[in-house]
Design a binder for this molecule. Sequence first.
Ligand SMILES: Nc1ncnc2c1ncn2[C@@H]1O[C@H](COP(=O)(O)OP(=O)(O)O)[C@@H](O)[C@H]1O
Ligand SMILES: [Mg+2]
Length: 306
Amino acid sequence: MGELVCDGLGKVYSGGKRALSSVSFRIPTSGVFALIGRNGAGKTTLTRILSTLLEPSEGGASIDGLDVMADANRLRERMAVVPQEARAIAWMSPVQMITAYLLWRGLDYREAKRRALYSVEKVGMSEHANKLNRNLSGGMKRKVLVAMVIASGADLIFLDEPTTGLDPISRKELWELLIDLSKDRFLFITTHYLEEAERVADRIGILDDGRLLVLGSMEELRAKLPHQYSIRVSAGADLPSFEGEKRLGRDGQLQVLTSQEEAMHISRSLLESKEKFSLNPITLDDIFYQMVGRTISSGVEEEDGE
Ligand SMILES: Nc1ncnc2c1ncn2[C@@H]1O[C@H](COP(=O)(O)OP(=O)(O)O)[C@@H](O)[C@H]1O
Ligand SMILES: [Mg+2]
């Protein structure tokens, strides 16, 4: 099986802004890898370097043995990249846009048109194949970009915040498409929807201030933290003394992060005093909070929908 390898990657933009610092990791090039982090963490910078669009200032990276700098042209034949700012071209239809993209990738017209029609059908948009993109909903416009990825035949796919700004239903539909795509392709996705990353990704990396804090499957991430369990209980409940962390959630409930042993001890005591509570393994949201010291969206305004 192939691998994506980053070795000491660093990036300093002209002007002196450091966006990445010695990022090193290796992951298999299969399934879904989700890169998460707050705005400005360096997600786009890392995605652009790995997708051969930007040169690193330090270190290097390779995908399935091909160097992102020296073998960029060979890698590009296997890649499809959807940048953060990518949008469906308003004055074209899905089929026109995908056909044009495939012609640009070097396919002949017949094959390009055939694949455009097939991919539009694959994302469930046959009815809209020949409408102008400007008349499609925000969710469908994003699906057009996914159809382009499918049509390209590429097996290394980079998607920078593909679902940001969409409503929850469109997001869910798009994730379903992406999960389906990942069955026989590698998807490198950045997102700040942690619940979705947790559900969809085989492996997750947390980037903060240009540094990779941790990387692994959900289970591996949990195992790296001192507190693997979360108890939620009303703020006024009587808690025994324990080792762990307490915080007040946005829902007004008290959340306790603690070890398995301490969680048992607290649960027993709460059961005895007949308090209502829930006990769960920590979520990616909890992991993010423990690693970064803040929630992913603190101090950031949500982007507007389309
Ligand atoms: N072209 C650029 N020139 C200078 N600074 C940049 C440039 N692009 C991004 N940055 C800065 O680098 C940091 C990381 O940005 P980015 O990779 O876009 O983060 P993210 O995608 O996680 O929001 C930010 O501080 C950003 O302002
Ligand atoms: Mg970005």
